[in-house]
Design a protein around this ligand. Structure first.
Ligand code: COA
Length: 328
């Protein structure tokens, strides 16, 4: 089986900064409540007219440039997203078109927040037997236009963004390697986070819009409990698989949904806070984009260096969850 490594990273976050003070003007909330309960101070949101593939294309171009490969060399494009530009075709096909990646097969993976980790796992499988050799995996999301700005328990939590990695085969020694992956789902818990309207069960209609069914609904307290359990279990599973202890982890990037979840998970895993990469204060929860954006920023700032052992884990609607362990 061929080894796979991350050769380039890229990310793009929209320029429009929406601070907590914006929500103080439109709903009954405060900067103090949002900061202490979530760790979020501000988030980025698109301008009207921008779509997911706009962000994903910019993130991808930057990852390709770092990897030193051109778009027409790609043979696989996978985008983890549940907010593609259109219901059909996939965001991956839009990005393929925008990049001019003519040789690639392109498709989306809809797994909510762990969409990037799911995409990485699928790409790894496709590449391990040598069928595919150069892959682009993106996690990107525009959550801002799925939010009910009258529901204070959800609208303050999310933002928009996209992050990307370019994968190539590796000799595994000095070129990095994806060591272990875990992806899991529990459809019994689908109702904890969902967007009821706009799909085939409740198609778009005036009635659907009037009832606000196009917006994200979430049971925050229940999600919180499952988030901690799944993030910890998944991370422990792959570390045990590789015989790696938490002391050996150089960097931990948990899904950036809530600083309290991240703190509890890091503590349970025995990973000190200095090793946890945090971006939730500036971007909020950008769903599938949180991990690749945080990873790219940590690489570009020099925090994560070649050879570092990195653990990432995520959870989200489905429920879905997963983790990845790799040497960068
Ligand atoms: N501003 C002020 N008050 C708010 C508020 C806001 N933005 N949102 C909720 N509240 C209120 C509630 O109405 C409730 O008031 P009540 O006691 O009068 O009924 C009170 O704050 C406590 O609500 P609760 O839901 O218990 O707060 P919490 O500490 O659990 O925090 C979340 C709420 C949503 C931040 C937290 O549950 C969470 O982060 N859950 C996980 C969500 C998540 O990660 N989702 C993404 C999955 S990918």
């Amino acid at each position: 089986m061929k080894k796979i490594a991350i050769k380039g990273t890229g990310s793009f976050s929209p320029e429009r900064v929406v601070p907590n003070s914006y929500f103080e003007k439109i709903i009954d909330t405060s900067d103090e409540w949002i900061t202490t309960r979530t760790g979020i101070k501000e988030r980025r949101m698109i301008e009207k007219g921008q779509a997911m593939s706009d962000l994903a294309t910019l993130a991808s171009a930057s990852a390709l440039q770092m990897a030193g490969i051109s778009a027409d060399e790609l043979d696989l494009i996978i985008i983890g997203t549940s907010t593609a530009d259109m219901l059909s075709p996939s965001a991956a096909c839009m990005v393929q078109y925008r990049l001019g990646a003519k040789k690639a097969v392109a498709f989306d993976v809809n797994a909510a927040c762990p969409g990037f980790i799911y995409g990485l796992a699928v790409a790894q499988k496709f590449m391990q037997d040598g069928s595919y050799s150069k892959a682009l995996v993106v996690g990107g999301e525009i959550v801002s236009n799925r939010l009910d700005y009258k529901d204070r328990s959800t609208c303050v939590l999310f933002g928009d963004g996209a992050g990307a990695v370019v994968l190539e085969h590796s000799n595994g020694k000095d070129n990095g390697e994806i060591l272990a992956m875990d992806i899991e789902s529990d459809g019994d818990l689908w109702h904890l986070i969902h967007v009821p309207g706009g799909g085939s069960r409740i198609p778009p209609s005036h009635e659907m819009l009037n009832e606000g069914l196009q917006y994200l609904k979430m049971n925050g307290n229940e999600v919180f409990k499952h988030a901690v359990r799944t993030l910890v279990d998944s991370a422990r599973k792959i570390m045990a698989q590789q015989g790696i202890t938490s002391e050996e982890i150089d960097w931990f990037i948990p899904h950036q949904a809530n600083i309290r979840i991240m703190d509890v998970v890091a503590e349970k895993l025995g990973i000190p806070t200095e090793k946890v990469i945090v971006t939730v204060h500036k971007y909020g929860n950008t769903s599938a984009a949180t991990i690749p954006v945080a990873f790219d920023e940590a690489v570009r700032s020099g925090q994560i260096r070649k050879g570092d052992l990195v653990l990432v884990s995520s959870f989200g609607a489905g429920l879905t969850w997963g983790a990845a362990l790799f040497r960068y």
